[in-house]
Design a protein around this ligand. Structure first.
Ligand code: ADP
Length: 521
């Protein structure tokens, strides 16, 4: 049957915050077919964000059917399904009817901010950080789930009777696709719930007690690469194995093939998301970063780091050796500063044009932009800071401002990477990049210069869905091991640092000065 893998493909379901996508990959990681559908964003109150979980399900299935059809395939051609998803978004549904009892509460939703403050006042911050790797914040699923149990009539009673189930989006999709027979989550998604102990790989009883969450409604935590079950027969005309799941940022790290400790990826989208593989050890951050599970690989594939099987080991300690951890940091405003220059200041027609305009001047003429439109995140954590432009003189023009905006993206990423290096105790060897703004060669060169680090851009910047496909393909044996996956990776371009030390130091001193002036306290 060896030759049969030739006409088999992996189907990646990429369930994002604004759209559901399906991408079908061949074994080389090339795209065979894509379909995408946007769905409704629901804002019931200021600061609240919800999705209709049934619409997430129907849009995700619609794009899956469309992608299969477009490529002229049937279920028989699909080796396996891998899922990647918006993280933290919380769904609770009735175990018997499959009906959600409330809209999905989206990661962006701030409705549990007061309750999070209460948890902090009760002094729980350090215990929660130690167990989950997270700071207490409404972002994570735990307090959202609690809100549903407290506010939907009879929800708590029904949950305690075992009538309700909880899941993040991958859990919900897997449960639906298997006709309600498989209720699991993967370690990467579980590690964003603020209820999961990232050391023991189990739900944490003390946190559950604190949040008053009945354990019986929680899914079983599993590796990111494992055959969880099969789709119900009537969904695609015949069964397809569901064999991979991971949160979007973790899947992107995997899709970038950052398999080794010390490898990091930076995604330059609206915001900037950075993940650093810290290997088998979770590293607690002293610089405001999150500690999270990057992935856990199932039995067969774990050992690509040769023979780490411990036959005497048991239970969680055995699993533990198969889990890879990461440090995570994000910058709120990345490509969005270019959008602002384009749409509000009207200095650009397109985002891409920023590259030529930045190159038309030698430097920013002393101009710095700090795009703290919604405060500053890691490593500054100043919610009250607001954006500013410094160093304006009569000689400052449009090109200087555009260039300063691009440079601000690189400076913010620099600050996060320095925080990661400080937590890790040594320097990175390179940085892998993706996301919309990574197409900007000026920005990537400046990033490399200011970090004094090699910046590497792959040919495929669809790293999130590719990561999900790899997890699924590894579980079924479509890919033999990590090196088999690694063979697919192709470089588009590498940027090597090419800036005098003195210039770098002067530029960074100017940036630090601009940050100091922007901080609110
Ligand atoms: P998201 O997935 O967050 O919507 P994308 O990865 O699609 O974002 O990237 C879009 C962002 O990148 C936008 O904010 C846009 O302004 C910025 N962007 C896209 N192309 C370029 C470019 N060539 N130079 C600078 N910024 C760009």
């Amino acid at each position: 049957m060896k030759g049969s893998t030739m006409d088999k493909y992996i189907m990646a379901l990429d369930q994002g915050t604004t759209s559901s996508r399906c991408i079908i990959y061949d074994k080389k990681g090339d795209i065979v077919s894509v379909a995408q559908q946007e769905f409704e964003q629901i804002y019931p109150e200021q600061g609240w964000v919800e999705h209709d979980a049934n619409e997430i399900w129907s849009s995700q299935m619609a794009v899956a059917f469309e992608a299969i059809l477009k490529a002229g395939l049937t279920y028989k051609n699909i080796e396996a399904i891998g899922i990647t998803n918006q993280r933290e978004t919380t769904v609770v549904w009735d175990k018997t009817t499959g009906e959600p009892i409330y809209n999905a509460i989206v990661w962006q939703c701030r409705r549990t901010a007061d309750y999070c403050d209460e948890l902090k006042c009760r002094g729980l911050e350090s215990a929660i950080k130690e167990k989950t790797g997270l700071i207490i914040d409404p972002y994570f699923s735990g307090t959202k789930l609690r809100w549903i149990l407290e506010n939907v009539p009879s929800a708590r009673e029904r949950a305690e009777n075992g009538e309700l189930l909880f899941g993040t989006i991958e859990t919900w999709l897997i449960w639906k696709m298997t006709g309600g027979t498989v209720h699991i989550t993967d370690y990467s998604n579980a590690s964003r719930t603020m209820m999961f102990n990232i050391h023991t790989l189990e739900w944490d009883d003390e946190i559950l007690k604190e949040l008053n969450i009945p354990k019986c409604m929680l899914p079983k935590p599993c590796p990111c690469s494992e055959i969880y079950g099969e789709t119900k027969e009537d969904l695609f005309g015949g069964p397809i194995r569901i064999a991979g799941a991971a949160g979007d940022q973790q899947a992107a790290l995997f899709g970038q093939t950052c398999f080794k400790e010390g490898e990091a990826k930076s995604t330059y989208g609206t915001g900037n998301f950075l993940l650093l593989n810290t290997g088998e050890k979770p590293i607690a951050s002293n610089n405001g970063l999150l500690t999270t599970i990057a992935w856990g690989l199932g039995d067969a594939k774990a050992g690509s780091s040769e023979g780490d099987e411990d036959s005497s080991g048991e239970g969680s300690s055995k699993n533990h050796s198969r889990v890879t951890y990461a440090l995570e940091g994000s910058v709120f405003v990345c490509g969005a500063v270019i959008q602002w220059i384009r749409d509000e200041l009207k200095m650009l027609e397109t985002s891409a044009e920023s590259e030529d305009i930045a190159r038309s001047v030698e430097d920013t003429n002393g101009v710095y932009i700090v795009p703290a439109f919604v405060g500053l995140g890691a490593p500054y954590w100043d919610a009250r800071a607001r954006g500013a432009i410094y160093g304006l003189t009569r000689g400052a023009g449009r090109a200087h401002i555009v260039r300063a905006a691009l440079e601000s993206i690189a400076y913010q990423c620099h600050d996060l990477i320095k925080a990661m290096e400080a937590d890790m105790g040594h320097a990175l060897s390179s940085l892998y990049v993706d996301g919309g703004a990574s197409a900007n060669d000026f920005l990537m060169q400046f990033q490399s210069d200011i970090l004094n680090l090699k910046v590497i851009r792959p040919k495929s910047v669809e790293t999130t869905s590719l990561g999900a496909a790899y997890f699924a393909g590894l579980a079924t044996g479509y890919y033999k091991d990590l090196s088999d996956v690694d063979d697919n990776w192709q470089k588009d371009r590498e940027f090597d640092p090419n800036m005098q030390e003195k210039t770098r130091e002067d530029l960074l001193a100017g940036w630090r000065d601009a940050i100091d002036r922007t901080l609110s306290a």
